[in-house]
Design a protein. Structure first.
Length: 497
């Protein structure tokens, strides 16, 4: 059986005192590989490699950093199909979705290639006579990324290209559920010419995470995952003096007004709720139907649900693959059971789906509830599976209040043909990422990604301008070059003259 390895100091590496775990193929239910769980000693080895590499990489010219990232981008393009196949094998999402993930990650690499422009400072001449002042942004040191299973390539690429472009070195701790994409990207970075030790990968569980959070040589932590773990990462990292950005969970709503294009809305809700089996942090999990919108929209949604092809991610005919693990499948199924018990109306039940030839796979068909109320667990909790809840709202203001009352404020969408309603929505809604007739409002790489409230701990979103600021710190220099006219002591407070 294949064993996934760490990547330390520019090469695959074995750990010291590591435990290990299974990596499953979700479509078959079988174990496809073993993954090491890094010990504290292994984490120390990876951080030490990054720390040694930092001075040389920090002093590498902006142009050379950009050229290496351009080479990495080109390699990603040439080998995108290979990386997508790795993602499908370990995560389960269909190949087209995996390829889309790689493409969106590569967009952040392209953004980071512009680092010579992005790191430009400011200069003021003669702030005082013969005195100039200017600002710099400089790298922090060793940065760490702790990333989730649902996007094993894209979310790491939200982090490390920007961090590396800014002159930091990096240690990635990917999800142990689908770890192989990280090693593949490490190989591409090495092929692109990245010096040894600048990018490292350690696999593992809470032992590895806690070691990284406490390590004295780690300067910054980036995290994407559930809200409880995001809060833990933020509090623990901050207590240990780290700069932390921790993105938490979501409960994304899609509000549909009666004047909306119902065909467009039906297509959008299917794509956003059931793509990647709902295992997306920007998946729509609540459909808020205002007025009579639900009566006209739900039949169209049901028509489309009956046509969704559930199957192995490598089958070109499949539109939705399995869930990532048996444990997660059981968890999501339990929420469907809970919704039925609490009185919601299950219009579409995917619990009995079966895929021929993959009877042991972790499959769950699309599920759709109507009559969901905010008191129910299926509304309150982040399910992270192909389960959509329909909540009815009498008025537009009631729908806005429902969204704003939710503590998870990652993404939201509004479907309407009324420009005034759209403007009111974008102004009043208390959510970090907003779509108007766009169901999955993921910002482009040159904007930043992040939610509000319990969906973000820390001040910075990821990639884009916030990413540049997060991975650098500002310095202001005030300089005067020797001039005989300015000799002598002066104990007064310096002022401009």
């Amino acid at each position: 059986m294949e064993t996934v390895r760490h990547w330390i100091d520019g090469a695959p590496a074995d750990g010291q005192g590591d435990a290990s775990g299974d990596v499953f193929n979700p479509a078959t239910g079988g174990v496809g590989a073993r993954v090491p769980y890094a010990s504290v000693q292994t984490v120390d080895k990876a951080v030490a490699a990054a720390r040694r590499a930092f001075p040389g990489w920090r002093d590498t010219s902006l142009g050379k950093r950009a050229r290496i990232l351009f080479s990495f981008r080109d390699l990603l393009g040439k080998r995108a199909q290979e990386l997508a196949a790795i993602i499908t094998r370990e995560h389960g999402k269909v190949l087209s979705d995996a390829l889309g993930e790689v493409t969106r990650g590569a967009e952040v690499v392209e953004f980071a290639c512009g680092v010579p422009q992005l790191l430009k400072g400011e200069f003021s001449e003669n702030v005082s006579q013969g005195v100039d002042s200017y600002s710099l942004r400089q790298p922090l040191g060793v940065a760490v990324g702790i990333t989730p299973f649902n996007f094993p390539a894209m979310v790491p690429m939200w982090m490390f290209p920007v961090a590396i472009a800014c002159g930091n070195t990096f240690v990635l701790k990917p999800s142990e559920r689908d770890p192989s994409a990280a090693g593949f990207m490490a190989e591409l970075l090495a092929e692109a010419g990245l010096p040894e030790g600048v990018f490292n990968v350690v696999h593992g569980d809470k032992t590895a995470v806690d070691a990284l959070l406490a390590h004295r040589d780690v300067a910054a932590i980036s995290f994407v995952g559930s809200t409880p773990i995001a809060k833990y990462i933020y509090e623990t990292g901050a207590r240990n003096g780290k700069r932390v950005q921790a993105l938490g969970g979501a409960k994304n709503h899609m509000v549909v007004l009666p004047d909306a294009d119902m065909e467009l809305a039906a297509d959008a809700v299917i794509n956003a709720a059931y793509g990647s089996a709902g295992e997306r942090c920007m998946a729509i999990s609540v459909l808020v139907a205002v007025g009579d919108a639900g009566d006209r929209l739900i039949p169209k949604v049901m028509e489309r649900l009956s046509a969704i092809k559930v199957g192995s991610g490598v089958d070109p005919a499949s539109e939705m693959g399995p869930l990532v693990t048996k444990e997660h499948l059981d968890r999501v199924r339990s929420y469907v059971d809970s919704g039925v018990k609490e009185g919601a109306k299950l219009l579409k039940d995917g619990r009995d789906v079966s895929v021929a030839g993959h009877e042991k796979g972790f499959f769950l068909g699309p599920c759709l509830f109507d009559g969901v109320e905010p008191r129910m667990k299926i509304y309150q909790d982040e399910i992270f599976g192909p389960v959509l809840s329909v909540v009815r709202a009498k008025t537009y203001d009631e729908a806005i209040g429902l969204v704003n009352d939710n503590p998870r404020a990652n993404g939201v969408a509004l479907f309407t043909n009324d420009g005034g309603a759209g403007r009111k929505f974008q102004n009043e809604i208390e959510v970090g990422m907003v779509g108007i007739n766009v169901s999955i409002p993921v910002p482009m790489a040159y904007y930043s990604f992040g939610g509000w409230k319990d969906s973000l701990f820390g001040d910075s979103h990821v990639h884009g301008p916030d990413g540049i600021r997060f991975y650098t710190r500002g310095k202001v220099v005030t300089s005067r070059w020797p001039d005989p006219r300015h000799r002598g002591t002066d104990l007064g407070f310096p002022v401009s003259s």
